[in-house]
Design a protein. Structure first.
Length: 336
């Protein structure tokens, strides 16, 4: 929590997205004073922003989800023209300002520990004439979602790719959870991007453990519409972006985001993972003596809703999928 003399990890400036405001997201009341201007063209509503210095023009809607739209657009300003994605709420008059703030905070936080594209950079927050508050963000060049990427791989490559991704995610999620107080709460394979590249060394830091890995992919977290930001001392949410989770849902919960991802991967790839890696997944998902993984195998796709029920259960505050434990297990797996 920020004080009059110090700033915590949740301090955010909105100058870079066109708003002259800054403050601590643990006390988000200052955002209510943010007036997001509207400059949408009356003659051409596909021009979301039209000022003497910048133009944001929607080209097409590329995704229509339950809670929002993703548009492809062109953004012209003093730096030139670039392609961008715009996110709009499904219901007119809703605001995505808090989501834009969380995404920007995640991106800045992860960049500070070496993940330069940890979240797409928010470029502009804007208001439409129907009062929706939306935001534009940079695309990640060459990226596809993890589920699409895994579908292109031969089975023999899956273990190495999953281990590479999990090691990086452990470092990213641990830092967001333990230094900022953020839980994503919807970390499924379609909610982060992968860019494949030539092998490169990366340093990962979790608690006091530092390790160097040789990685073939870079990860980007996306879609923060279910996320929360809470106090590390009280576990009470200061920001909760989804009505799917009850207001009483503690935030952050240790191991929550990785638990959801591991459960979905376990259901989808149980039949093709090597026995040793499969055993690790099971140890991260259930306590000794539990039959939870057997339930996941039997119910398969239908059991995914129970994963969401578990991570949203306000009586469950800690999961066995803790980042440091996972990294140590994965290091041992790589050494065999």
């Amino acid at each position: 929590m920020c004080t009059s003399t110090t700033r915590c990890a949740a301090w955010l400036s909105l100058e870079s997205v066109g708003l002259p405001h800054s403050g601590c997201l643990h006390s988000p009341g200052w955002l209510q004073r943010c007036i997001v201007p509207s400059s949408q063209s009356i003659m051409n509503p596909s021009v979301y922003v039209s000022t003497p210095h910048e133009t944001l023009r929607c080209i097409k809607t590329v995704f229509h989800g339950t809670f929002g739209y993703i548009d492809w657009a062109t953004y012209d300003n003093a730096e030139g023209r670039k392609g961008v994605y715009c996110k709009r709420p499904i219901l007119a008059g809703r605001s995505l300002l808090l989501e834009a703030c969380i995404q920007q905070l995640v991106g800045e936080t992860l960049a500070s520990i070496g993940f330069q594209t940890g979240a797409p950079r928010v470029l502009r927050v804007f208001r439409l004439r129907e009062e929706s508050v939306c935001f534009a963000m940079e695309p990640i060049e060459g990226a596809i979602t993890l589920d699409s990427y895994l579908a292109t791989l031969p089975v023999s490559c899956l273990p190495n790719v999953l281990v590479d991704c999990l090691l990086q995610l452990c470092a990213m999620i641990w830092h967001l959870n333990n230094h900022v107080g953020i839980n994503h709460r919807d970390l499924k394979p379609s909610n982060f991007l992968v860019v494949e590249h030539e092998p490169r060394s990366k340093l990962l830091l979790i608690e006091n453990e530092m390790m160097e890995i040789v990685s073939r992919c870079t990860l980007t977290l996306i879609d923060f519409g279910f996320s929360c930001l809470g106090s590390l001392s009280t576990r009470i949410a200061n920001v909760s972006l989804s009505t799917v989770y009850p207001p009483s849902d503690p935030c952050p919960k240790d191991g929550r985001d990785l638990f959801l991802l591991l459960g979905i991967l376990y259901i989808d790839y149980y039949g093709v993972l090597p026995a040793q890696l499969l055993a690790l997944f099971e140890s991260w998902l259930q306590e000794p003596g539990s039959t939870f993984c057997r339930f996941l195998r039997l119910d398969k796709e239908s059991s995914k809703r129970w994963l969401y029920f578990m991570i949203g259960n306000d009586t469950v505050t800690r999961f066995p999928s803790l980042p440091l434990r996972m990294v140590q297990d994965l290091q041992a797996f790589l050494a065999t």
